[in-house]
Design a binder for this molecule. Structure first.
Ligand code: FAD
Length: 323
């Protein structure tokens, strides 16, 4: 029974979350009784890059080498993934629970008449049907979802598993999707590429600021802490809504979902909608001047105090520790 994994790339190169989904697909294939692990790749990617997928568990790649796929387009992507699943006869389809994965998973499910578990955090079990664990109620509880459809779709929360690299090799074949220009009705007109930082979805260390920092002019102290840690910056939604910080930094129910090893929240109250995006972080540190701030309930370490006094001291301490 083959497992299809949709593998995202950024301008022709695969990032950590891509390898994590391939690892997950390979382990899932093993647990459900073996079979091919087929990676669907859309757009311009070199053969050397495609071959890397073999080291993470893919046994075959279906590549749709068409530059129209270099820009994300939910309709075209969903149709191509469906075509790939049909071409290899996949019974399980795996995507990342990232921005593109979230947009297309439901569309693929509708096209394939398949059951979808979105935001999975463990491998499926098969002792009592095909059951997958996911978080619900903004991360406050777990649900075990039984999928009874013939084809099953899982989107995996990034940073759930450690990425492991092996030795395998992969056979590359062409994916035939028969799409027309009408499928590419949405065109990207411009793009801002964020240089230098590890993207939030892959960051292992994240330093995040909320309205408690009072205004964009005060972000320097948070950036200094971020630099000292080597962390990526994030923020609460009101901060992005007020244009203090760019929207790609906004985490929570309506922003990014992250699972870093360390999440430092500064001047953020800890509303449930914020926690929904961050409370699976492995270690949470909260700095807030209000001892009653709800975030302290979700924190592993809490500092009650004024961020403007604490951050410079913390930054110095981190620098000294790293020196
Ligand atoms: P505030 O709630 O204003 O909290 C500021 C905190 O800073 C307070 O706890 C205060 O004690 C502390 N503080 C103040 N001064 C200092 C200081 N000098 N030093 C230290 N601490 C200080 N929010 C998100 O973040 N992400 C989402 O995805 C999201 N989605 C939403 C979706 C919906 C449908 C709705 C209704 C809301 C959503 N929200 C989201 C908004 C959410 O409910 C909260 O309003 C928001 O998270 C609050 O942001 P904040 O903690 O930065 O600000």
């Amino acid at each position: 029974m083959s497992v299809l994994v949709f593998v995202d790339h950024t301008q022709g190169s695969f990032k950590k979350k891509a390898f994590e989904t391939v690892n997950y697909a390979a382990e899932t294939a093993k647990r459900i009784g073996g079979g091919e692990v087929v990676a669907a790749v859309l757009g311009t990617v070199s053969n050397d890059e495609l071959n890397l997928l073999g080291q993470y568990g893919a046994t075959q790649v279906l590549h749709l080498n068409d530059a129209r796929f270099d820009n994300f387009n939910a309709r075209a992507y969903s149709k191509a993934i469906t075509a790939a699943a049909q071409q290899c006869g996949a019974k399980v389809i795996i995507l990342s629970y990232n921005v593109s994965g979230k947009s297309v998973a439901g569309m693929v499910a509708a096209q394939m008449k398949a059951g979808l578990v979105s935001g999975a955090i463990d491998y499926p079990t098969t002792d009592n049907g095909f059951v997958v664990k996911k978080t619900v109620f903004s991360g406050k509880a777990f649900a075990f979802v039984k999928v009874t459809s013939d084809v099953k779709i899982i989107s995996l929360v990034p940073n759930t598993f450690k990425v492991t690299k092996g030795e395998g090799s992969v056979a590359v074949a062409a994916l035939n999707a028969n799409l027309t220009d009408a499928d590419f009705g949405v065109k990207k007109v411009s793009e801002d590429v964020i240089k230098g930082e590890v993207p939030l979805s892959e960051a292992e260390l994240v330093v995040s600021g909320g309205r408690g920092l009072k205004g964009p002019e005060n972000w320097g102290i948070l950036e200094d802490l971020g630099k000292a840690f080597g962390a990526t910056l994030a923020c609460s939604r009101p901060v992005a809504d007020a244009h203090w910080r760019p929207h790609h930094e906004h985490v929570g129910q309506t922003g990014g979902t992250i699972r870093p090893n360390l999440y430092v929240a500064v001047g953020i109250s800890g509303a449930i909608q914020h926690l929904a995006g961050v409370n699976s972080s492995k270690t949470i540190v909260v700095i807030n001047k209000d001892p009653e701030a709800p975030f302290f309930k979700a924190a592993d370490y809490g500092v009650v105090g004024d961020a403007f006094e604490i951050l410079p001291k913390l930054t110095e301490a981190v620098k000294k520790f790293k020196a």
